[in-house]
Design a protein around this ligand. Sequence first.
Ligand SMILES: N[C@@H](CCC(=O)N[C@@H](CS)C(=O)NCC(=O)O)C(=O)O
Length: 206
Amino acid sequence: MLKIWGRLSSVNVQKVVWAAGEVGQAFERIDVGGPFGGLDTPEFRAMNPNGQIPVIEDGAFKLWESNTIVRYLAARHGAATIAEEDPARRAEAERWMDWMLSELQPALAPVLWGVVRKVPGHTDPDVIAKGVERAEELMAILEAQLADRPFLSGERFGVADITVGCGAHRWLNMPVERIERPAVQRWYQTLFARPAAQAALPLPIT
Ligand SMILES: N[C@@H](CCC(=O)N[C@@H](CS)C(=O)NCC(=O)O)C(=O)O
């Protein structure tokens, strides 16, 4: 059975758990990272020298890096569900995964740490406000993209929706003031109704 290493409060683990559910793969998830620890053992470092989650084991095959894992699950197990064969359509969807990793996640991290996790040394109101401001800029881009299509991946639900959907789940459930974004809200409600999303996205966020 597929093994997923990582605590479910990690947004990167959430992407993988959601993708595994969408492609119909039963899995065992092992809590490591954060309060669970376990990332510095020689056994874990042998799987991921970065000492980070998520990591998967699919039989003898081991893989780290969340977006790569989502792409792997789509390609290996998702032919009938989330895989996109057409190279141009696949690239259009996958760029949102990179956008999530390089733009949205860095904007949301200081807000989560400061407002939700209240991590000592990360509660500077100016830093939090900058994160909120950047997140709003990015949400405006998302709102425009979703105005005339049901999913970020296009007409069909796919990998872009899973990865960016995990970011939207965080943003829309954080105790901060947000600008109203009807298209993002409609999209998020559709996503969150999916059983695989509900299994991956705990509430309240922590
Ligand atoms: N680029 C990596 C980032 C992985 C990462 O930053 N993981 C965090 C959790 S989101 C981690 O391992 N933190 C240490 C911990 O949980 O103890 C990926 O997308 O998989």
